[in-house]
Design a protein around this ligand. Structure first.
Ligand SMILES: [Zn+2]
Length: 350
């Protein structure tokens, strides 16, 4: 079962909320956000700038139907705790048809061409909004996190894969149907390794700089340097994955730090291209791998300085500040923003 954790903890600064929530309706301040990850689901209630309630539940090993039932159960629990909630936002690691509310294709979850918005709306009788997990993370960082006051923000979430999100002119940019901003699939090596999951491409930044790549490079480095801290882990029969490489790097192991230099510089090659294309106020990096902080970001900043055109070579590369809650907070924020958009139209009709 999931754990019921903090309640009423004010974790969000108020700053940029007004930028993306110009038209929030009077009843739109409390919304449910769901971050549906490949291994876990985080459900929360956003009340103003506070996370008023949250709950975590495993999501692995479920069929599509079981996942939908789990979503409905969890949303109903949040609603029991806060009956006045006005809408639900879902952040899903899948390509999304935004207007139709369909999860088109997912890599780490068994979702394909699922009309998830209509399914959930029919059961919970609240407006439901569905978006890609990278997009909602970007929205969360823009409204409450590292990108407050930055209407042009590029977000990368570096975890098992690399997710992307774009805030352009203060709005989430989704492409023509909602599937765009797959920034993890920027190619940085044309003849590079095959990409992960459903991606048919080679040498995407996801295949070369994700947490998965970090573990792979760390293991290769450990094998070639048996005397290093990473090499000793391997000799003891322990797993050398992204988490182990991060722990070793944060403890000062030079080999692990050099692996981060490799991964961070690859990330930076992609960041230089993104800086050239979008000229953002900042590139914000989140996801599990950002636990390494500047060990990851300093090499990325170096590449941006050296590779991007002036003045984009001065684009700041910042660590995300909302951590593992960004997806849930962003999903709830999406519901609030969309309710706000509906409110003026409803007033005109009445
Ligand atoms: Zn790819």
């Amino acid at each position: 079962m999931g754990d019921r954790s903090q309640s009423g903890a004010p974790i969000l600064p108020a700053g940029g909320e007004r930028l993306a929530c110009r038209n929030v309706g009077e009843n739109g301040s409390k919304t449910i956000g769901v971050d549906l990850g490949g291994t876990k689901m985080l459900v929360g209630v956003l009340d103003g700038t506070d996370v008023a309630w949250q709950r975590r539940e495993a999501s692995t090993g479920q069929t599509e139907e079981e996942l939908v039932e789990l979503l409905i159960r969890e949303i109903n629990l949040a609603r029991e705790a806060h009956p006045e909630v006005a809408a639900v936002g879902l952040g899903i690691p899948a390509t999304i048809d935004y207007e139709l509310g369909i999860a088109v294709s997912a890599v780490n979850l068994p979702l394909a061409d699922l009309a998830i918005r209509d399914r959930i709306e029919a059961e919970v009788e609240l407006p439901v909004f569905v978006d890609n997990d990278g997009n909602v993370a970007a929205l969360a960082e823009f409204m409450f996190g590292a990108a407050v006051g930055m209407p042009h923000t590029v977000m990368l979430t570096v975890g098992t894969g690399i997710g992307g999100g774009l805030i352009l002119n203060g709005e989430v940019y989704r492409g023509s149907t909602g599937a765009g901003a797959e920034l993890g699939h920027v190619v940085i090596q044309a003849d590079g390794p095959p990409c992960q999951g459903n991606c048919p491409n080679h040498g995407c930044v996801e295949s070369l700089a994700s947490g998965t790549a970090l573990g792979r490079e760390g293991k290769a480095a450990a094998e070639s340097s048996p005397d290093s801290a990473l090499g000793q882990l391997l000799a003891e029969g322990r797993t050398v994955d992204g988490t182990a490489v991060t722990d070793a790097a944060l403890a000062g192991d030079e080999l692990a730090v050099s692996v981060f230099d490799l991964i961070g510089s690859r990330l930076g090659v992609a960041c230089a291209s993104l800086a050239n294309i979008f000229q953002p106020n900042a590139i914000v990096v989140g996801g599990g791998v950002i636990r390494a902080g500047d060990l990851l970001l300093d090499p990325a900043r170096r590449e941006v300085r050296e590779r991007a055109l002036k003045p984009m070579n001065e684009t700041p590369v910042l660590a995300a500040t909302l951590g593992n809650d960004a997806g849930m907070i962003g999903a709830a924020a999406l519901a609030r923003v969309e309710l706000g958009r509906r409110a003026p139209a409803a007033r005109r009709e009445s």
